[in-house]
Design a binder for this molecule. Structure first.
Ligand code: ARG
Ligand code: ZN
Length: 854
């Protein structure tokens, strides 16, 4: 049941061409396939072809146009005997999209039909060697009712279409680029398109279309702009040009993940397409731009060069995340985007790396590949490639990526191929660096700065912690950007890069008569945890002076982390708090800072990250300490925060950085005031809500009101609900705000909301809006009674038969039990055991629960 990377074998048969004929019907879709197969010279010479299936029955099997009975089922797979070296295999199946609640394969979403095939959904549509190293060209014929399905889309170009004269019509699509089955897609529905075009660097005109439901068209402008910017940027930054005459994006409201890069026909969760000022926040705008970019960039990093097997997933996902991060950095504030990405990494990936589900960015084994679409594969994977870029420099890195695309175009490649191309293209020796692909766990780097005569000596040592299945680790090359500041002038003599690759090492920096202040891991050049007792005055110095924005943010974070995690998470003494207060006041007053960056510096570390700093965390104590600090800051800075709110409120709505910065600060001011001066906050929040001409202000104000114990809370929540009645994405926000709120009754609220007529287990966005918001709300989820844990376990059990992929995503919050204080830990474990004992668990959930209990 366990699939191992080491067991990879080339496919016995290749499929050069695929013909698919769909007679579409939500309740009974007929699928006829025609596969031109040929024995793989590199295969094992098998006289039968294995066609993967999942819940399918073959209605007929033909070889070379003749019905055959020379086939059998092996589990869910169809095995067809093939005597020669090349044949045409045809299989007929019938599927029921309307009953497909797993949202893998062909399914129905609000009257339309659409597909999700990555990773192994194609085998729920038709029998096929459903593995990414089998590349084929596809011809697809779609037939469906004109009334229900006026629009019929698939990959590539539409080559012909027509009317059958019986109320149905048809369309034929041809994709000239060989692709693996996971990139197949079709969409049929009543959709309208925003159309535009893009002329590529070689002068080819590409037609662009974004397909949505009628009524959503005026919310697609930002997505279209983002698409055109993505196409332009990939040409400039990576030399990648689009390769079809048509690029379609379709938005669907039922979707397990964010979006999917199907060749020429990207399918998106509506939340990453639809945006207008009235219904989308600034963060939503950024997410749309980032995901549109991400999926578009996959056209090269993923589609033109794909993965040999699913263990190589980071080959396309890590690289594509890096590409979307660099794109967003170039489109907006470079430093703020970097800080956001580091925050996500620490909040989502560090806990994964230190818990029972830890795995290398290139895993060694899995039972269900869907469980490995993780922050480790995606985000740490991006950091690993970013480190290569840091060591090589951007120009050399580009040579490496050019060589990679050139060498492997049209192939199903491996992570090893990528690293080799990077070595050959950049001239770097990455032999030891490859350990980043095989070793799990966040490296801990201990740093100590010594002063000796006129030199500063940096002593470094590293350990990579043991993780499940990997008790012993090797030291890895760790690129650390650093600067040494002169305390008096506040300057440094230039940044340096040290690549530290031993268990312990020392680096000498001459020319310092007095001990300098060390700024380490600037730009977060390596995804490691730095362990260093930095004197408070140095953190204050760096928080005010560091010219690297990430390092400045880091100093502010460390100052707060040091204070909040002192005494096992019960917070330190008043001196530490005073230092934070003074540093925040200075940040509020600093005229040289732009507001977006000011907002980053004012952000307190999250509770998950704080818990991560402690061997065993008491979530109740951490929450109390952090709220206590917020209350103290809110009181101490009240006048400044009120003035800030007034200044920011005077800035009119716009999408430019100044206006966005103002909106960010407005709500941040309310958050601190809500803790320190709740009556003031309630009044300002009510005013902000009522005056709002955009969702950022309105949602920010409502978030603050939803956490307060004031009668106005209900009024504003009700107003929000009715104001956006019928808008699914905003209704999701309404659920999330309550499930994620600081209100002491948040858990009770979630119980009631689960009974709300707008709640449904069949829509992943809605499920996540209520229960994921709850699971990451520490004070509610970690209720000492264990009721929060029980609620999530109940959810997993109820959701698993409906949508296993989404259900399994709720296991990791409970999987943290080993790092939580004994009382709660036992309650969490008991809930995991209850789930584990349930009959008929999906492979997805069974694997996650099993690994979590370890
Ligand atoms: N390749 C998609 C993306 O990152 C994600 C699809 C994952 N789907 C899944 N069912 N696991 O852009
Ligand atoms: Zn991706």
């Amino acid at each position: 049941q366990e699939i191992r990377r080491a067991d990879y074998r080339p496919p016995a048969w290749l499929v050069d061409e695929v013909g698919l004929d769909f007679a579409l019907d939500p309740d009974a879709t007929q699928v006829r396939s025609r596969l031109s197969v040929r024995r793989n010279p590199a295969g094992d010479g098998d006289h039968a072809i294995r066609l993967n299936g999942d819940g399918l029955a073959a209605r007929s099997v033909m070889v070379d146009g003749v019905i055959t009975n020379d086939w059998h089922m092996d589990g869910a797979d169809l095995i067809v005997a093939l005597p020669g070296d090349a044949h045409e295999v045809s299989v007929e199946t019938q599927i029921t999209p309307s009953a497909n609640s797993q949202l893998m394969g062909l399914y129905a979403s609000g009257g339309m039909l659409c597909t999700q095939c990555e990773a192994e959904g194609f085998r729920r549509i038709t029998f096929f060697p459903d593995r990414p190293d089998v590349l084929s060209t596809y011809r697809v014929r779609l037939t469906g009712e004109k009334g229900r399905f006026p629009v019929l889309l698939s990959n590539g170009n539409c080559t012909a279409s027509g009317d059958n004269g019986d109320g149905t019509h048809w369309a034929e699509w041809h994709d000239p680029w060989p692709k693996p089955s996971y990139l197949f897609a079709l969409v049929a529905g009543d959709l309208v398109a925003r159309r535009d075009s893009f002329t590529t660097m070689s002068g080819r005109k590409v037609d662009l279309a974004i397909w949505v439901r009628d009524g959503d068209l005026d919310r697609t402008d930002h997505a279209m702009r983002s698409l055109k910017k993505s196409m332009q940027w990939d040409e400039e930054a990576f030399g990648r040009e689009y390769d079809l005459d048509l690029f379609n994006i379709v938005a669907v409201s039922d979707f397990n993940m964010g979006a999917m890069e199907n060749k020429g026909l990207n399918i998106f969760n509506t939340r990453y397409v639809l945006a207008d000022p009235e219904t989308a926040t600034d963060a939503d705008y950024d997410a749309v731009e980032g995901v549109i970019g991400h999926e578009y960039f996959h056209n090269w990093s993923g589609n033109r060069v794909t993965c040999r097997d699913w263990f190589q997933l980071s080959l396309k996902e890590g690289f594509t995340v890096l590409r979307d991060q660099l794109f967003s950095q170039a489109m907006g504030s470079e430093s703020v985007k970097r800080i956001e990405d580091v925050r996500v990494l620490r909040a989502a990936q560090f806990p994964e790396d230190s818990g029972p589900l830890a795995h290398p960015i290139r895993p060694d084994s899995y039972r269900e590949i869907s469980n490995f679409y993780t922050a480790t594969v995606y985000n740490k994977g991006a950091e690993v490639i970013r480190m290569m870029r840091t060591m090589a420099g951007p120009e050399n890195f580009r040579k490496g990526s050019d060589l990679y695309f050139d060498r492997h175009d049209g192939e199903a490649a491996t992570c090893e191929d990528f690293v080799t191309a990077m070595e050959d293209g950049t001239g770097l020796d990455l032999s030891r660096f490859r350990l980043w692909y095989s070793q799990a766990g966040t490296p801990r780097v201990e740093a100590r700065l010594e002063h000796d005569g006129d030199a500063a000596i940096l002593h470094l040592s590293q350990t990579v912690p043991a993780t499940p299945g990997q008790p012993d680790k090797q030291p890895m090359p760790i690129p650390l950007r650093l600067a040494l500041f002169d305390r008096d002038s506040g300057d440094h003599g230039g940044e340096q890069l040290v690549v530290f690759d031993k268990a312990g090492d020392s680096f000498r920096f001459p020319g310092f008569a007095k001990p300098p202040v060390l700024s380490l891991n600037r730009g977060f050049s390596a995804p490691v945890a730095i362990e260093r007792a930095v004197p408070q005055d140095e953190l204050v110095f760096l928080a005010a002076h560091d010219d690297d924005p990430l390092a400045r943010y880091e100093a502010m974070q460390s100052l707060t982390v040091q204070y909040l995690t002192a005494d096992g998470g019960k917070a330190g003494d008043g001196d530490g708090r005073d230092a934070i207060g003074a540093a925040m006041a200075a940040i509020l007053d600093d005229p040289a800072l732009d507001d977006l960056m000011r907002g980053e510096l004012l952000m307190l570390p999250g509770e998950a990250y704080l818990a991560e700093q402690l061997l065993v965390a008491d979530p109740g104590a951490i929450h109390a300490a952090r709220e206590g600090l917020k209350a103290w800051l809110g009181q101490r800075l009240e006048d400044r925060l009120v003035a800030l709110h007034a200044r920011a409120s005077a800035v009119p709505y716009g999408l430019e950085a100044v206006a966005r910065g103002a909106r960010k600060l407005k709500t941040q001011a309310l958050v601190l005031l809500a803790a320190g001066a709740p009556a003031v906050a309630a009044e300002l929040a009510a005013a902000q809500y009522s005056a709002a001409d955009n969702m950022t202000d309105r949602q920010g104000a409502l978030m603050v009101l939803a956490g307060l114990d004031t009668p106005a809370r209900e009024t504003f929540l009700a107003d929000f609900k009715t104001r956006y009645e019928g808008n699914a994405l905003v209704t999701d926000k309404w659920f999330s705000l309550q499930a994620g709120s600081l209100h002491p009754q948040a858990l009770e609220h979630v119980k009631h909301l689960a009974q709300h007529p707008d709640f449904t287990m069949n829509n992943p966005n809605r499920v996540r809006s209520l229960y994921m918001a709850f699971a990451v709300n520490p004070q509610a989820f970690h209720a000492a009674s264990g009721e929060g844990y029980r609620m999530i376990a109940d959810l997993i059990l109820a959701l698993d038969p409906i949508n296993a992929q989404t259900a399994a995503r709720f296991v990791p919050p409970l999987g943290r039990w080993r790092r939580i204080e004994p009382g709660r830990s036992a309650l969490m474990r008991a809930e995991l055991e209850r789930v584990a004992a349930a009959p008929n668990l999906s492979r997805d959930t069974a694997e996650q629960v099993g690994r979590s209990l370890g």
